[in-house]
Write a protein that binds this ligand. Structure first.
Ligand SMILES: Cc1cc2nc3c(=O)[nH]c(=O)nc-3n(C[C@H](O)[C@H](O)[C@H](O)COP(=O)(O)OP(=O)(O)OC[C@H]3O[C@@H](n4cnc5c(N)ncnc54)[C@H](O)[C@@H]3O)c2cc1C
Length: 413
């Protein structure tokens, strides 16, 4: 039985802990006074606030699904919801998501140029691109790029899309081919028919319910930010306690300043150069609507997405209310938020907001190799690492769980 310290009680740390705690002595250290990291939820006057985004669960990884349903009752504790997303265009038109399947609903003159684009794209090599802008142009054409993809994504990334690397893309975005787009438009194929068109959502408590269940019976030390870990004679010291192994599920940018006893100098500079974004999540009352997500390409306001969390489960709203979260990239002041809300559809009425400095890791072409080599080196000292901000990957919860499963397997070897 190994003594193992896990740093971070987000989805990643809790998954590793659940997988290891029966055969090892596991202690989790969490900096915040609550578990959950990005998936945390709070109840405010009976309404459920997702402190970041609005977390729903789905996965294409059967292994994750099997493991997940060992911990929950699929029918009593969750429900399966159909995704119903809309794009609110600047001209007031509501176009279902994804826009490329609904070219036939766009104004006639836009249809004409979008069709022309698709015909031209069909003659070119669609798989050659070296930045995000080129990817979007080659997949969807100039018309849809300027109408939707550019303004929407520039709000999220807050930079020229030419400067956004594409290494994070794989498996994260739809990659329809021109033939598919044309076929979907001819046949009016709706999103409902795609794999990720449905998701599971907790009947009560949102994603906090999920992490609370995973945390049951684990030894978790809350309000315990780890600022120092030391390796000496094959033992790790964490918070003055001794461990055979450590699993770091925090933020890789913090690692160089907390680690002692191992030289990670060659990785210090590339780690310091890793790029990222934060998110301001604004919790509001909004008008009743049928949607799950609403995308906002309109350049006139900064918010890029409304997540209608009030529609995810009836228990998310106090009686007679309808709530949702509105996302802005990076930090926005309360005064500016309130000014912005006056321009956003569905008449959002401000309740509160939360800012997370780390929400979107941005990779470049060296990130994965650099982090893999560091992980390999540290694993030889029984320091393992897994998580969205350790792997610097655009993980959803299921991908974070899968990575945590692989990490637990390595520790158990
Ligand atoms: C806006 C947004 C919306 C999203 N929506 C979805 C969705 O709908 N569905 C989905 O599946 N995924 C979604 N995701 C992705 C999901 O949030 C992540 O995959 C997941 O939460 C990552 O968990 P993690 O444990 O790796 O990291 P985190 O959640 O960041 O957890 C890290 C934990 O470590 C703690 N910690 C850090 N450093 C220390 C330290 N030194 N000492 C002690 N504790 C420390 C932190 O306090 C935190 O609790 C979304 C992400 C964002 C940003």
């Amino acid at each position: 039985m190994k003594r193992i310290a896990i740093i971070g009680a987000g989805i990643s740390g809790l998954t590793v802990a659940r997988l290891l705690h029966e055969t090892n002595q596991v202690t989790i250290y969490e900096a915040a006074d609550t578990i959950g990291g990005l998936v945390r939820c709070e109840r405010l006057d009976g309404n459920l606030l997702h402190v970041c985004g609005g977390h729903v669960f789905n996965t294409k990884h059967q292994e994750v699904l099997n493991w997940f349903w060992q911990h929950f009752d699929k029918t009593k504790e969750f429900h399966l919801a159909q995704r119903n997303s809309s794009i609110f265009m600047p001209n007031g038109q509501e176009i279902p998501y994804p826009i490329e399947n609904y070219i036939y609903l766009l104004p006639k003159e836009i249809q004409e140029t979008a069709i022309q684009d698709l015909l031209e794209l069909a003659q070119t090599e669609q798989d050659q691109y070296d930045n995000f802008e080129a990817f979007l142009q080659k997949r969807f054409g100039e018309t849809l790029y300027h109408l939707y993809f550019k303004p929407y994504n520039e709000k999220i990334w807050r930079r020229s899309l030419q400067s956004v690397p594409i290494d994070w893309l794989e498996g994260k975005l739809p990659m329809p081919r021109v033939e598919e787009i044309i076929y979907n438009n001819f046949n009016h194929i709706a999103e409902k028919q795609f794999v990720h068109s449905s998701f599971y959502y907790e009947q009560n408590g949102g994603s906090q319910f999920l992490v609370n269940r995973l945390a049951e019976s684990l030894d978790i030390r809350l309000s315990s930010p780890i600022e120092h870990i030391c390796y000496n004679e094959e033992t790790w010291s964490v918070n003055n306690e001794q461990y055979d192994a450590v699993v770091f599920c925090g933020n890789i940018r913090q690692l160089p300043s907390i680690i002692e006893g191992i030289n990670i100098q060659p990785w210090t500079k590339p780690i310091a150069e890793l790029q990222y974004h934060g998110t301001t999540t604004v919790f509001c009352e909004i008008d009743k609507n049928p949607y799950s997500w609403i995308y906002l390409p309109n350049k006139e306001y900064q918010a890029h997405r409304i997540i209608c969390t009030g529609n995810f489960a009836p228990s998310n709203n106090a009686e007679g209310h309808m709530t949702g979260t509105i996302e802005f990239t990076d930090e926005i002041s309360e005064e500016e938020i309130k000014r912005q809300l006056t321009t956003i559809p569905l008449h959002p009425r401000y309740i509160t907001h939360r800012y997370h400095p780390y929400t979107y890791p941005i990779q470049d072409k060296n990130t994965r190799t650099m982090l893999q080599s560091l992980k390999k080196e540290l694993a030889s000292y029984q320091l393992f690492m897994t998580g969205r901000f350790v792997d610097w990957e655009y993980y959803n919860m299921d991908a974070a769980m899968l990575a945590a499963m692989r990490t637990a397997e390595r520790i158990n070897l």
